[in-house]
Design a protein around this ligand. Structure first.
Ligand code: LLP
Length: 417
C-alpha cells in the first residue's frame, strides 16, 4: 500500500487521516500522494545512470493539472495523444519542447497546433500521416520533427485491450515496413527525422517483452544507419506494470526495467525516451468510498458503496484488480465476505468480488492503486457527478479538482432547451 499506513488503526495517506479528507471533501474522493509520485519519477530517472534520457510522462494516465505541474517541476517531459492533452501540459506550465505526440488518429488541427508549439517530436503511426504532417509543416513554413512508431509484433503478455505491439493491433507501422517509411520521410521536404518509436502495451509484468523490443529496435537502427538515416533519440514507450496484488512479490523494479532497456539497446550515446504513465502515478493514488448499505442475498452479500464503475472502470473493462481495505482497521476475525459494488444500474458495476472486510453501513473503504486510468476515465453515467481530487504532501491537503455538481452536468444542455 506504499504511502498508506495505519496510525492508531486509522488509514493515513502520507500523514493525513483519510476520514479527515472524507469529512472535508465528501466521498467518493481520489487522493494522490505527492511524495509517492516524486519517488516513482526519481527512481526511473536515477536508474538511467549515465545514459542520456528523457522521461515523457504519459498524460493519459492522470492528466490533473496539479499532477502535471509537479512532474514538470521534477524535470519531466510529456507524452500526449491529443491536442487536449497538449493544452493540459501548456496550462500546467510544461515546456512543449519536451512533448512527444503519439496517437493513431491525429487530426490536422492537432498536428498544426503541435507544430506551432514546436514540440519535440510527432510519433507517426501511418504512411498517410507522414504526408499529412509534411503538408501542414509546409503550410506553416516549418520542418516537422518526426519519428516512426514501429510495431514490432511482440506479445506484451498483458490484457488484450491494452496490448498494442502485435501485428493485428491498430498501432504503428509494421517493423518490416519501417525502412520504406523512413526512406519516404527522408524524401519529404518538410520533415526532419529525429527518432524511432515503439510502445508494446500497458501493465506489462514481465521484462522479457521489453528486452525483445529493445533488441529489435537496435537491429533496425543499425540497418537504417547503414542507409544513411540517423537518430537523435529512441523512444521505447511506456508500459511497466505495477503490483496491484500486494500479497504477490517478484515484480520488476524500475531499476530492473531501465537496466533491461539500456542493456538490450546497447547504445550508451543515444538519448532514450520512455513514456511511463502507470508506473509513476498508479500506486500513488487511493479512492475513498463510503458504504451506503449492506445487502445480503441467498448466494452472497453485497456491500453497496458510493463509488461506482463511472469512477473506476478498470474492474469492469479489464477485469482489473484493486485491493480494497477498511479505513478503520478492524480485526480480521470479524471479516465477512462481500462483493463491493456501486449504485450504477449494471451488473458490471463492481469494484471487487469476494473481499473479506469488517464493515457496516457508513464505513469508509480505501480502494488502492487508483492513481492511473481512474479519474481520467471517469464518466457521468447515471448522471453521477465526477468525484473530487485531492493531493496530499506530509500533513498538507490540497484540493486539485472540485467535485462536479449536478448543476455543472446540466448546464450545457439547459442552454439548448
Ligand atoms: N505511450 C503510449 C503510446 C501509450 O499508448 C500508453 C498507454 C503509454 C505510453 C503509457 O503506458 P503506461 O506506462 O501507463 O502503461 N486504461 C488502461 C491502460 C491503457 C493504456 C493506454 N496506453 C488501464 O486502465 O489499464
Amino acid at each position: 500500500m506504499a504511502f498508506l499506513t495505519y496510525h492508531n488503526q486509522i488509514l493515513h495517506a502520507e500523514d493525513v487521516p483519510l476520514p479527515t479528507i472524507a469529512q472535508h471533501f465528501g466521498t467518493p474522493c481520489y487522493v494522490m500522494s505527492q511524495t509517492r509520485i516524486t519517488n516513482n519519477w526519481q527512481a526511473l530517472d536515477q536508474a538511467f545512470n549515465q545514459q542520456p534520457h528523457s522521461i515523457c510522462y504519459s498524460v493519459k494516465a492522470n492528466g490533473n493539472l496539479s499532477i502535471l505541474r509537479l512532474l514538470n517541476e521534477l524535470g519531466s517531459g510529456f507524452d500526449v495523444v491529443s491536442v487536449g492533452e497538449l493544452e493540459r501540459v501548456i496550462a500546467a506550465g510544461g515546456n512543449p519542447h519536451k512533448v512527444v505526440f503519439s496517437g493513431v488518429g491525429k487530426q490536422p488541427h492537432e498536428i498544426r497546433r503541435a507544430l506551432e508549439e514546436n514540440i519535440k517530436c510527432l510519433n507517426v503511426e501511418s504512411m498517410a500521416e507522414l504526408h499529412t504532417i509534411n503538408t501542414i509543416a509546409h503550410e506553416l513554413g516549418k520542418h516537422a520533427p518526426i519519428s516512426i512508431r514501429v510495431n514490432p509484433n511482440i506479445d506484451a503478455k498483458t490484457h488484450p485491450y491494452i496490448s498494442t505491439g502485435l501485428s493485428d493491433n491498430k498501432f504503428g507501422i509494421p517493423i518490416d515496413e519501417a525502412e520504406n517509411a523512413y526512406l519516404t520521410a527522408q524524401s519529404l521536404e518538410n520533415l526532419i527525422i529525429v527518432g524511432i518509436d515503439c510502445h508494446i502495451g500497458s501493465q506489462v509484468r514481465e521484462l522479457e517483452p521489453f528486452a525483445e523490443t529493445a533488441k529489435q529496435i537496435r537491429l533496425l537502427i543499425a540497418s537504417l544507419r547503414a542507409k544513411g538515416i540517423t537518430f537523435e533519440h529512441v523512444d521505447l514507450g511506456g508500459g511497466l506494470g505495477i503490483n496491484y496484488h500486494h500479497e504477490e512479490s517478484n515484480f520488476p523494479s524500475p531499476q530492473d526495467y531501465i537496466g533491461i532497456l539500456c542493456d538490450n539497446l546497447n547504445m550508451p550515446e543515444l538519448e532514450i525516451i520512455i513514456e511511463p504513465g502507470r508506473s509513476i502515478v498508479g500506486n500513488a493514488g487511493v479512492l475513498i468510498t463510503q458504504v451506503i448499505g449492506i445487502k445480503p442475498t441467498f448466494s452472497k452479500t453485497f456491500a453497496i458503496v458510493d463509488a461506482a464503475m463511472n469512477d473506476l472502470i478498470r474492474p469492469a473493462l479489464y477485469q482489473g484488480w484493486h485491493d480494497i481495505v477498511t479505513v478503520k482497521q478492524g480485526s480480521p476475525e470479524s471479516n465477512a465476505v462481500y462483493d463491493v459494488v456501486g449504485p450504477v444500474c449494471e451488473s458490471a458495476d463492481f469494484l471487487g468480488h469476494e473481499r473479506p472486510l469488517n464493515i457496516e453501513a457508513e464505513s469508509l473503504l480505501a480502494i488502492c492503486d487508483t492513481g492511473a486510468y481512474t479519474n481520467c476515465m471517469a464518466s457521468n453515467y447515471n448522471t453521477r457527478p465526477r468525484a473530487a481530487e485531492v493531493l496530499v504532501h506530509g500533513e498538507q491537503i490540497t484540493l486539485i479538482k472540485p467535485r462536479e455538481s449536478i448543476e455543472d452536468l446540466l448546464a450545457g444542455e439547459k442552454q439548448c432547451l
